[in-house]
Design a binder for this molecule. Structure first.
Ligand SMILES: *Cc1c(COP(=O)(O)O)cnc(C)c1O
Length: 374
């Protein structure tokens, strides 16, 4: 029996989640197929209201993806040609991409060694006359240090757009991420903490003017069916995804608690392990563990060891944005952001999803401890 391969432990298991709420999902999909209101309409409005309420903002505008959310948020914030936007290099490429596509230039700032989020102490020295906005990213579901970021932005008249694509329901000093800055951008990519069955996204905010502009731009700048007041995009949230997301939202807090319990369990078992860096959570935040990432100087060997045990891992993210081939033109050299670069070399995301059983997690824990103690 010793050469028998154990079952795969996947990084995430979307099928297990579907099985756990199948009647809710099937009836939401069935309802849309029956009323055939596939574009906009009540399904989208209902989910927008529910998500605005959940996040603690006045308004939420459904859009086609998290990337579309960032793109439209930047335009609504008035960011365009020749402007500069400060953000973190340790994020998914879309954060930088949205800045570039509106004609602005991403200005990267290194991250904090404990949270891997934008280091507020380095923001002011990166500012110029052209700086218009800051995009903090709540990486892995861990809130960025919003109080000093908001204070700097207010002092200099900058807009703050939170990239909350990984942070549904996370909290900073008692407030939900996505409702702290001027605008918040969410992704409902299937693997996110609140995931659609396709692409979907949302912008959250409290400014009626900016939110009206985002709604309009996402729907071809429409005034009425055949009148267009501006040139926009076809960036709408589709009704099937909205109905699915509305059915899932009531489960999100339970899923988050389960993620947090599993994360605590990992950390209890790994505490004190030589050479293994664990996630940090300060007392004034609620981390929602979109990702449970450890750090190791032998990251690639650890990943290979787990792969041999049929345990899936992934690296978020091996190449920081300032060193991406697409950004060669920005002129950043390796070594300029030592914390982000070291994190990119050492971080490894372990399997974590609400439906993961303790038995499955025990296999991951055992395999990691075996590697650490070998
Ligand atoms: C997923 C993600 C995005 C992009 O969202 P999509 O819905 O895939 O377009 C942007 N920023 C971060 C940090 C993300 O994790």
């Amino acid at each position: 029996m010793s050469d028998h391969t154990p079952d795969l432990i996947p990084l995430v298991d979307l099928r297990a989640q579907y099985e756990s709420i199948r009647p809710d999902i099937d009836s939401a999909i069935g309802r849309v197929l029956q009323h055939t209101g596939f574009i906009l309409g009540q399904e989208v409005q209902r989910f927008e209201k529910a998500f605005a309420n959940y996040t603690g903002v006045k308004e939420a505008a459904g859009v086609a993806s998290g990337t579309a959310a960032l793109h439209l948020a930047l335009i609504a914030a008035g960011v365009g040609d020749g402007d500069e936007v400060i953000t973190t290099p340790l994020t998914f490429f879309a954060t930088g991409e949205a800045i570039s596509v509106v004609g602005a230039r991403p200005i990267f700032v290194d991250v904090k060694p404990n949270t891997f989020n934008l280091n507020p102490d380095l923001v002011e020295q990166a500012m110029t006359k052209r700086t218009r906005a800051i995009i903090p990213v709540h990486l892995y579901g861990q809130p960025a240090d919003m109080a000093p970021i908001m204070a700097i932005a207010r002092r200099h008249g900058l807009v703050v757009i939170e990239d909350a694509a990984q942070a549904h329901g996370s909290e900073y000093q008692g407030r939900r991420c996505g409702g702290i800055g001027d605008l918040g951008c969410f992704s409902f990519y299937p693997g996110k903490n609140l995931g659609a069955y396709g692409d979907a996204g949302m912008v959250t905010g409290n400014s009626p003017d900016m939110m009206e502009m985002i709604r309009s731009l996402s729907n071809h700048g429409r005034l009425t069916k055949y009148e267009h007041s501006r040139v926009g995009w076809g960036y709408r949230l589709d009704s099937l995804q909205a109905a699915i997301l509305a059915a899932k939202l009531p489960h999100l807090d339970d899923w988050t608690e389960r993620r947090r319990a599993l994360a605590r369990r990992y950390s209890e078992h790994f505490k004190g392990c030589d050479g293994l860096g664990l996630p940090y959570e300060s007392s004034d935040v609620k981390h929602v563990y979109h990702v449970y990432a450890v750090r190791s100087r032998q990251r690639d060997a650890l990943s290979e060891h787990l792969r041999e045990k049929n345990i899936q891992t992934v690296v978020h993210y091996p190449v920081p944005l300032h060193l991406q081939p697409a950004y060669r033109g920005l002129g950043y050299e390796p070594g300029v952001f030592p914390v982000a670069e070291r994190t990119a070399r050492e971080t490894l995301s372990l399997p974590l999803y609400p439906e993961m059983t303790e038995r499955q997690q025990d296999r991951v824990i055992e395999a990691v401890l075996q590697f650490v103690h070998s």
